[in-house]
Design a protein around this ligand. Structure first.
Ligand code: HXC
Length: 515
């Protein structure tokens, strides 16, 4: 065979694989607004950077006439490329080939690219679009999932792991995304559930559509499984590229610095949003934007547990992770979901060398039978654990309320914040003045000739005594009481001072966070 005919043969072989499941299957995919697996990869990666591997892998199914079937690439595309100029490993399941179902060799391809990612210390991106375990391959398909979950776990905290759900992701398959750091979903396209509507109807008699059970919005708003929600695949890819500007490539590195920029102070001013009446709510995202470079804030899990705000921004060009109580949602209380949300984010930042900035304004943990029974003790403990364990620079600013357990939990000096600043409007106390006065002055109020007047006086007395930052400052729990317009300056100075921070926790196999 001449060189020419050999290169021709390669081209022909490649063409067969690159057509995936064929024209009809591709058309079906397009008709519902989906790109093909390779198109997705090309859209996401830097132009011309994608190199595909294991094109000629064949499936190993022998039963149910599978030995007569050709499944190009075994239904998954794997390779390497770059995003914003930095290397990534990637795989995308190809729904046009046997519904992207995961057989033994399909899983082997995924595991191989995951192993590359770990060896080369690059992020791994998985695009999920699959009918789940390949039914014809039985336990060999299940074994593939086990191999992937194990690798997800080993890679956790070493390299960033991104899951993109661009089609069905059903059954046990959902647990790979659940083990990764960020899950991206697209409206009307993503579907995630352990058991689908049919099984639910059979077992429980309940009827529900796929969309209402596990559509993108459900996971972004209700279950909290998704971190980023997009209206289209293109918007989703833009979100991923943007996220990669904030995070490092692995746990040995810091996020790439950007040129420092001042906040857009005409649009975002603390004084224009922070109310003089302490009972009034405000949007803490406005405060964040008034502090950070170019007022750019990438919010994570924006639609889930909105009583806490988490996300990335830059101060003097360096990435920081923000955790902030949100007074416009449930007064910014900590509850089961917001504790889960914050704790996981804190641990991501700590694992990947991203300093944490906490903005505090909360009345405490949410009281109530529902919360107690849902495990607010267990979930609430996660945030304490995550902050205590974190060794990255930790800077806290108390804007207003810092009551009770909330004061401790939101990265107080007791959980080893490096710097705690408080605005003059801060109220640091065991509980709000109204509640406190009613308890400690109850008999005086009851005995009074004018109980209402006495109650008001006692509330005022309590406010004067404790609802301010100066008692905490007198014990050194607050490092400085600062003017609100000095916040960026104090945070950026603290970040600078903390640059060489080294802190080691006690040696152990691993801790036991309250999972
Ligand atoms: C083999 C599969 C498959 C699977 C889909 N296909 N899922 N083949 N194993 N799991 C094939 C179909 O036979 C079909 O092949 C092609 O993919 C396209 O599927 P359609 O059904 O035509 O597509 P659509 O109508 O869009 O429906 C998509 C779907 C549906 C909702 C995902 O295919 C479905 O319900 N699939 C089964 C889902 C499931 O129960 N999976 C097992 C989960 S258990 P042809 O040749 O006709 O084109 C599991 C355990 C993992 O995953 C445990 C790990 C711990």
């Amino acid at each position: 065979m001449s060189v020419n005919s050999k290169t021709h043969e390669l081209k022909q072989r490649m063409q067969l694989v690159l057509q995936g499941g064929g024209e009809k299957a591709v058309e079906k995919q397009k008709a519902i607004g989906k790109l093909t697996a390779r198109e997705r990869i090309l859209e996401l990666l830097d132009e011309g950077s994608f190199h595909e591997y294991d094109l000629f892998v064949q499936h190993s199914g022998r039963d149910f006439d599978m030995d007569k079937k050709i499944l190009p690439g075994d239904g998954v595309v794997t390779g390497t490329g770059t995003i914003n100029g930095y290397p990534v490993c990637i795989y995308a399941q190809d729904f046009t080939v046997a519904g992207g179902s995961l057989g033994f060799m399909h899983a082997k391809k995924i595991c191989k690219i995951m192993d590359h990612a770990m060896k080369l210390k690059t992020p791994i991106i998985g695009i999920n679009d699959s009918g789940g375990a390949r039914i014809q391959e039985g336990v060999n398909a299940l074994s593939g999932y086990g191999d992937i979950f194990y690798r997800n776990t080993m890679a956790s905290g070493v390299i960033p792991q991104i899951s993109v759900i661009l089609g069905p992701c059903a059954g046990g398959a959902v647990y790979s995304p659940a083990l990764t750091d960020f899950v991206f979903v697209v409206d009307k396209i993503s579907k995630m559930f352990i058991t689908g509507p049919d099984v639910i109807k059979t077992v429980l008699g309940e009827e529900i559509s796929q969309e209402d059970l596990g559509g993108a919005r459900v996971h972004a708003e209700v279950s909290g499984n998704a971190h980023f929600f997009a209206e289209s695949e293109q918007e989703c890819f833009d979100q991923i590229k943007n996220l990669f500007t904030y995070i490092p490539w692995n746990n040995d590195k810091k996020a790439e610095p950007f040129p420092a920029k001042k906040p857009r102070s005409k649009e975002y001013k603390i004084s224009s949003v922070f109310p003089s009446d302490p009972a009034k709510p405000y949007d803490v995202r406005h405060i964040i934007k008034s502090i950070v470079d170019n007022s750019e804030f990438l919010e994570v899990q924006e639609l889930f547990a909105p009583n806490i705000v988490i996300g990335f921004a830059r101060i003097n060009g360096e990435t920081v992770g923000f955790v902030a109580n949100q007074p416009i949602a449930l007064a910014g209380v900590l509850d089961c979901n917001s504790s889960d949300k914050a704790a996981r984010f804190i641990r991501f930042c700590d694992a990947f060398n991203i300093p944490l900035v906490t903005l505090e304004d909360l009345p405490g943990y949410l009281p109530g039978i529902d919360q107690e029974h849902a495990g607010v003790i267990r979930h609430g403990a996660k945030i304490l654990y995550a902050y205590s364990e974190a060794t990255v620079p930790k800077i806290t600013v108390i804007l207003r309320k810092a009551y009770g357990g909330g004061y401790i939990a939101m990265c107080s000096s007791h959980l080893k914040a490096d710097f705690v600043f408080a605005w003059p409007t801060a109220e640091i106390a065991v509980m709000g003045p109204e509640g406190a006065a009613n308890i400690i002055f109850r008999s005086e109020i009851m005995k009074s000739e004018n109980p209402e007047k006495t109650r008001k006086e006692k509330i005022e007395e309590y406010k004067q005594k404790f609802a301010n930052p100066y008692v905490a400052a007198s014990y050194g729990y607050v490092d400085a009481v600062i003017q609100p317009n000095e916040t960026r300056d104090y945070i950026s100075h603290a970040l600078e001072i903390c640059k060489n921070k080294t802190q080691e926790n006690p040696k152990k196999k691993h801790g036991l966070p309250p999972f």
